[in-house]
Design a protein around this ligand. Structure first.
Ligand code: ZN
Length: 583
């Protein structure tokens, strides 16, 4: 050991048991497996000496990495076995835990072999919970343990839980020492180690409330608009100017020529990012893999990618109908042979706008249309209705705040909106993610409102602030008007909008929709069963329309697309519908 080193020895023990696949990695699953291991007395322990060779380098390392040496002991592996290639990370950004409120993890990684010379990889983590100091002892002493065979990281052969008890913890503290030359250096090194340890815990456990200046708005789990979630496709971005002076964007994900192309339309304040997420099997990748090898996505003016949503504006859905969608579809058609079939899958306000564009014939020649959540008859919970009414008034007239965004809690300073988010975090008990609270505040009524927590990948929950952007309140006014009228209508039909129909819904008497599939999760808390109502209303006023309705069990509003298992639970329904309507 060199100078300025710090080392300590940690003993942990517990029980492990064989994993019968599939293994979901949930804390409860670890606990159940450990219980079975305990019943069979399959104990496992380790003694590791954690050796930080140079405390300065350690502190400057983002993952706080140190060497681990020592041994494991278990009857399952032939008694005491030496540990090889041991690595210890004091605190890393949470990435393994399935727990939504996990903010940091401690990692233990090493190899060992059993008496038959078979090699095993030990991979374990402790889970530090956000803003919950009552969990501190449990968090820092519970080690979720997985043992893999032959370098695989897919499914562990053994799993379980190891723990540190108070006696061992005291012993561990006694072993904390340094090999620095002078006594003062030793004290300094140990002090620095304790300091980085305490700092990290403080950061994790103190509520955001006391950290108003915490600068983490620029921390991102994935690059913000990455397309690395889509493989084997050429990605092209087209900038499209609208007649009223904005620039919108069309993205293309092309693996090969295809006679039937799919155009995706995101919801308000989301973006194309919701279709190309790297943390799950996303929609673009799924379409590309299922013979729809040329997919487009329109970032219309309400996209979280556009910076003009951070300044006041008075755009309504009619602007999307008149300016964005026709321009985007024209640009897409310019890129394609004339006989190409265009299918559309749209979400939320993107779907309201697309439905209105079809009804007003601002967009035509579409081969098939899938709408999620809401289309011709927006309806919301009565508390959400109240929010939609008062929020624009307070925001625009009293607080004069230009936009709402789930990113607000992460901004520095104590703006009005920051206080709003702090208030939300105080009343919301469903999770500890401020961006999730704000998204629920901005839309619908539920805890949380935009999705079912259990359907999200933990990484998705942690990067909500990157997936939902800012929106101004004029869109709220328009949705309020539609809710009041109980159908989709233009905001006003003056000046540039005189030619729009009086009602987008009623105009379906005159216009034939393409084959249309209306979809909604049965737990939709933003526009609860609005698409079911649309289906019933359209059947009444225009019975010959080729429309269908499908309700999806266990899903909410946004998780239809961003849910971690959407590729198994949802996307096959889309493919079936597309296949029925393709050339
Ligand atoms: Zn949440």
């Amino acid at each position: 050991m060199t100078s300025n080193s710090v080392y300590f020895t940690e003993d942990m023990h517990g029980f492990i048991e064989k994993v019968i696949s599939p293994f979901d990695g949930e804390a409860q699953t670890f606990a159940t497996i450990a219980n079975e291991g305990e019943i069979k007395d399959q104990n496992f322990k380790f003694r590791l000496t954690i050796n930080i060779e140079n405390i300065e380098n350690f502190i400057n390392d983002k993952e706080l990495t140190a060497k681990a040496t020592g041994y494991i002991e278990s009857p399952l592996f032939g008694g005491r076995r030496e540990v090889q290639d041991g690595v210890f990370n004091l605190f890393v950004e949470s990435k393994v835990s399935k727990d939504f409120d996990s903010i940091k993890e401690m990692h233990y990684t090493f190899q060992f072999s059993n008496e038959f010379n078979e090699t095993f990889n030990f991979y374990a983590f402790k889970n530090i919970h956000k803003q919950d100091i009552s969990n501190m002892w449990k968090d820092t002493t519970t080690l979720y343990t997985q043992i893999f065979k032959d370098g695989s990281r897919e499914t562990p052969v053994y799993a379980g839980i190891l723990r540190l008890n108070l006696k061992d913890f005291t012993k561990q503290m006694m072993t904390l020492n340094s090999n620095s030359k002078s006594c003062l250096d030793r004290i300094h090194s140990i002090y620095k180690f304790m300091n980085v340890f305490a700092e990290n815990l403080w950061e994790a456990y103190t509520p955001e409330l006391f950290n108003p200046e915490k600068h983490d708005w620029d921390e991102h789990i994935f690059p913000v608009h990455t397309s690395k979630g889509v493989s084997n496709a050429d990605v092209t971005h087209y900038h499209v100017d609208t007649e009223d002076g904005l620039t919108i964007q069309v993205d293309r994900f092309k693996r090969s020529e295809c006679r039937d192309i799919v155009v995706l339309i995101h919801g308000l304040s989301n973006s194309t990012d919701m279709f190309i997420m790297p943390e799950h099997y996303n929609l673009v990748q799924f379409l590309n893999n299922n013979e729809y090898t040329d997919v487009f996505s329109i970032d219309w003016r309400g996209s979280g990618r556009h910076k003009y949503n951070y300044i006041p504006n008075e755009y309504t859905f009619d602007h999307i109908v008149k300016y964005d969608l026709p321009a985007a579809f024209q640009r897409i058609r310019e890129e394609l042979p004339e006989n190409t079939n265009i299918h559309v899958i749209a979400h939320c306000i993107g779907s309201v706008a697309m439905s209105a564009a079809l009804s007003s014939e601002m967009v035509s020649g579409i081969k098939s249309f899938i709408s999620n959540s809401v289309s011709f008859t927006p309806q919301v919970h009565k508390i959400a209705k109240f929010k939609l009414k008062v929020a624009p008034f307070f925001l625009d007239n009293i607080f004069r705040y230009p936009y709402l965004s789930p990113q607000i809690p992460y901004m520095p300073g104590n703006s009005f909106a920051k206080w709003l988010s702090i208030f939300q975090s105080l009343v919301r008990r469903e999770c500890k993610e401020p961006a999730c609270h704000m998204a629920s505040f901005m839309w619908g009524w539920g805890f949380p409102a935009p999705f079912e927590h259990k359907n999200l990948h933990p990484l998705t929950h942690k990067r909500i602030k990157d997936l939902f952007g800012a929106t101004t309140t004029y869109y709220y006014r328009h949705i309020s008007k539609m809710i009041k009228n109980r159908e989709s209508v233009p905001f006003h039909r003056e000046k540039d909008f005189y030619h729009l129909p009086e009602s987008y819904l009623q105009n379906l008497v005159n216009v034939e929709l393409p084959p249309t599939l209306l979809v909604s999760g049965n737990k939709n808390k933003i526009f609860p069963l609005s698409n079911k109502l649309s289906f019933e209303e359209i059947k009444k006023i225009s019975p010959n329309q080729n429309i269908d309705y499908r309700e999806i069990e266990g899903y909410g509003h946004q998780d239809i697309f961003i849910g971690q298992h959407a590729a198994e639970d949802i996307f096959p329904t889309f493919i079936n519908f597309l296949n029925k309507n393709r050339a």
